[in-house]
Design a protein around this ligand. Structure first.
Ligand SMILES: *Cc1c(COP(=O)(O)O)cnc(C)c1O
Length: 379
């Protein structure tokens, strides 16, 4: 059986976790601080704030950007449901904008028409790690006085116009995920990068109950420290055990991205020239980490796509449907009524993610390509 994905973990992570457990400090403490510093250095950010996952990172980023009840946030419906859920958590309303079918990311040309007097922010999603058009979205945000927040859940290791995603060139708040389906993993986990010391302070309060002094400072102080709770916060901490895994993962990142890109290039070479299949490659001036390898069955519908995936499964190859269309889920139709975003819906019905993980052999990849050629529906 060829699986869809598999995290790359090894003896380094095991040793770091064992060392952390032996240290006696297992929740947010020195390891989290070390992981934050390593992460910030890797993406070129001034500050990195670790959180329990990307969804909680998005939630507190929206709060830090001042998003609250009655506000609107522009986001693509072509994403994992968490992008929009974080907006609902703030009592705000997600205003969906359709994708450009060629990029699978929000079409910036459609954004201005979605802006109203209530719009507070734009959330740019780098879908499957493929950088969105940040320069254009940042230009629109600046022109309209809106905040730009990046959902970079999938995008660690990707870069846009020579700048790593997360360096805050285009937006002050960038959120990452370390779920096992992402490029590096801590089991669950997340990180928010910011170039603004005030935002970093606010995020640190929000992630730990709004507590003015964190446990590490209190523990290491030579004088008695009494904390206060100036704002309403949450428990969105990452643990030191998770951060230990993260330190091992950050050290592997360059190798992981290089291997994923090499496998993607092999897929491109083997699958190009099949009329029924559309491929997605690096956008201009970008490096894509290939968090997922997505193909599109041109002109197909969901039942034909499912039959294709079933045939792959019978050949021992796991695959998954492409990215969901959030507005079609009951949780959203019940709140917002029926809405239509044709480019997102077509991409959801036609795209398939193929296996991609660093331990995948070239021979296994060739086996997948042969099966794709055998079973691809005629366009
Ligand atoms: C995975 C994902 C999330 C959620 O990340 P978690 O760490 O699981 O909370 C949010 N947005 C996008 C685009 C994702 O792919």
């Amino acid at each position: 059986m060829i699986p869809l994905a598999r995290p790359e973990l090894g003896e380094e992570e095991i040793a770091l976790v064992a060392e952390t457990i032996r240290s006696g400090w297992i929740t947010q403490g020195p390891r989290v601080a070390e992981f934050e510093a390593a992460f910030a250095a890797r993406v070129g950010a001034a500050h990195a704030v670790a959180v329990s996952n990307c969804t909680t990172g998005l939630h507190i980023s929206l709060i830090a950007a001042g998003v609250g009840p009655g506000d609107e946030v522009i986001v693509t419906p072509h994403s994992y449901i968490a992008s929009a859920n974080a907006i609902l958590y703030c009592g705000a309303r997600p205003v969906f904008v359709d994708i450009d079918p060629l990029t699978l990311n929000m079409d910036p040309a459609r954004v201005p028409a979605a802006v109203t007097a209530r719009t507070k922010a734009i959330m740019a999603v780098h879908q499957v790690g493929r950088p969105a058009d940040l320069a254009e979205l940042a230009r629109i945000a600046a022109e309209r006085g809106l905040h730009l927040i990046e959902d970079a859940a999938c995008a660690i290791g990707s870069s846009y116009r020579g700048r790593p995603i997360g360096d805050n060139t285009y937006s002050p708040l960038v959120c990452f995920s370390f779920h096992p389906r992402k490029v590096i993993s801590t089991g669950d986990g997340g990180m928010v990068t910011t170039g603004d010391a005030g935002l970093a302070r606010h995020l640190r309060l929000l992630r730990q109950h709004g507590m003015s002094v964190n446990d590490l400072v209190r523990h290491t102080s030579k004088t008695v420290v009494t904390e206060s709770y100036p704002i309403l916060g949450y428990n969105y901490r990452l643990t030191d055990v998770q951060a230990a895994i993260g330190l091992g993962q950050i050290a592997r990142l360059d190798g992981i991205v290089a291997r994923r890109r090499a496998l993607a290039a092999r897929y491109h070479a083997a699958l190009s020239g099949i009329p029924a299949i559309e491929l997605f490659t690096d956008p201009a001036d970008c490096v894509w980490n290939y968090q997922s390898y997505v193909i599109r069955l041109r002109g197909s519908r969901a039942p034909a796509r499912d039959a294709f995936m079933q045939r792959l499964l019978e050949d021992g190859i796991a695959s998954r449907r492409g990215i969901m269309s959030i507005h079609r889920e009951p949780c959203y139709t019940e709140r917002m009524g029926p809405q239509s975003f044709p480019a997102s819906e077509a991409a959801s019905d036609q795209c398939v993610c193929l296996p991609l993980y660093t331990q995948m052999s070239d021979a296994d990849l060739d086996t997948v390509c042969a099966a794709v050629r055998r079973h691809a529906p005629a366009s």
